[in-house]
Design a protein around this ligand. Sequence first.
Ligand code: IMP
Ligand code: MG
Length: 193
Amino acid sequence: MADIINAEYPMSDFREIIVSEEEIKGIICRIANEINQNYAGKKLLVCGILKGAFIFTSDLIRQIKIPLEVTFIQASSYGNGSTSQGKVKVTEFSDLGNYNNFDILVVDDILDTGNTLCRLKDFLRERGFKNIEFCTLLDKPERRESKIDVKYIGKQIANEFVVGYGLDFNEKYRSLPFIASLHEKMYENTLKT
Ligand code: IMP
Ligand code: MG
């Protein structure tokens, strides 16, 4: 496994491993246990945010032991270059209007400025959801611009660009089983969130 990863992406692309495969598993177990307790007896819709959260969502739902339905939405920011300012364009893959008697748990890869989740909350309220909670695997608290209450957070990390386990840099590195900080030489002037 390590050889395959190294052949694809040399370890020199990364500064350090921030969350190992083992640590990710532990985080998912902890969060799934909380969800099992908090949503017992409720109608739960888990909504992953594409693309970054597709792996986290898939692993998380398999540790949740209560009935649930799952959908995805894609949220892309536009308006101000490559940062997550400006407007958020939302694409649905199921008609969310059919689910508004469900409690919705939105799952994202990383909480950064908070702008995306803040706008998604308004979007989901407009679609009729009353109980909206958020879960993110990672959190960069230093970068926050919008106030957003995220109930389930996997791990707080420092303000550095990370890849792997679904998170990309220019669409690369999503398939890594761990999360690593990208070496500065890889992005220089082209940092894209
Ligand atoms: P924000 O909270 O609206 O700023 O946006 C969060 C989104 O930005 C996440 O869902 C990621 O897609 C992306 N993002 C933020 N930080 C990183 C990172 O370090 N690596 C990869 N993507 C990131
Ligand atoms: Mg994302």
